[in-house]
Design a protein around this ligand. Sequence first.
Ligand code: GDP
Ligand code: MG
Length: 441
Amino acid sequence: LSERLSGVFDRLTKQGALSEEDVKTALREVRVALLEADVSLPVARDFVKKVQDQATGQAVTKSVTPGQQVVKIVHDALVDVLRGEGDPGKLKIDTPPAPILMVGLQGSGKTTTTAKLAKRLKDRDGKRVLMASLDTNRPAAMEQLAILGNQIGVDTLPIVKGEDPVAIAKRAKTQASLGGYDVYMLDTAGRLHIDQELIQQAADVRDVVKPRETLLVVDGLTGQDAVNVATEFDDKIGVTGVVLTRMDGDGRGGAALSMRAVTGKPIRFVGLGEKMDALETFEPDRIAGRILGMGDIVALVEKAQETIEAEQAEKMMRRMAKGQFNMNDLKMQLEQMLKMGGMEGMMSMMPGMSKMAKQVEEAGFDDKVIKRQVALIQSMTKKERANPQLLQASRKKRIAAGAGMDVSDLNKLLKMHRQMSDMMKKIGKMGKGKMLKQALS
Ligand code: GDP
Ligand code: MG
């Protein structure tokens, strides 16, 4: 994949400006490359479309070539799809004893991952963990977990011959309560392929213990099939997260992308080897970098963007202190909001803004709205941005049409600008030095 992309982007880098056709050509190659990396067809298609929408009309960062910019856009879009909500490493295991159910196909790495995760919970979070194997199909599997438990210093439920999985699960639950464990982990049996018996067994166990987390363990090398497995397990048992194993191999991580996109389930952990500490919290950035294989360029563009943002922020703070706030300032604010994940992030940047935050929040602000507002400002001329009072009816019509919106949308934006501008003036009068210092510190 990376070779392909390198080729494409090398070509693009050598051109001065990036035309729409260039973007399209590059993304056609991206699509093929994603498919080759075992990303499912609909996912690859959606992804490419999304990137195309994002890339169109985006400015190229100063000191960065258009080709490098495209790499960064592709990378960011990948990270976006891969990232779930919240912290992937944080499991819902607050009320002891919290059951964690491990499911997946045979050989996916369930038993290994159960032990790795138990070790992590013990070492990092100081949890008392009990592990139990429900794999009655293969006697050796129960032994395997007991041996791993010994190795990592985590208790395993004593093996009782002839018990069925549900009975073992019940015993584990009781033992976990009596023994004062924080967490008990149930390692289930797998099959080579999904069959009803396997699913039924897992569902029965689920009904008995009501797991706080049901983690689906998937071999990261399986590609396309991973999506079917994930969908089936989620439909029948209900999955709260995914663990991708064997990511230490030379798989390209395509499974991660399609599973994430299709099931919407967060990827929680990544298995990076057979050893007990070879389990890491899922990092979308890292996997995206791997799928793309162009970390250097991404880092370079990020560096250039950071430098420019720091310069801009400083400039804006100085303007604000003088009570100046035009459309360029507003645009920067909005973009900052997008980047920092909404109002909270922005507040941390700008002291004394809580009232405005409320207003903006009440106006129903989300990323989409903000992006539309940025588009409106982009549709203004340089002169108009610097002097919003120039905006009379005919200009408004032109601007709104240019951004594919109505004049009423633009009026809302202008109203917000006026309110913010007033606020800035007040703050500017209140205490220039103090705020500037705070904001720049
Ligand atoms: P189960 O049948 O789902 O319980 O799978 P196991 O946990 O028994 O794992 C099957 C094999 O895969 C074992 O040899 C493990 O050591 C190996 N394995 C599990 N996770 C990883 C991983 O992240 N990387 C590598 N390289 N091997 C793994
Ligand atoms: Mg096993």
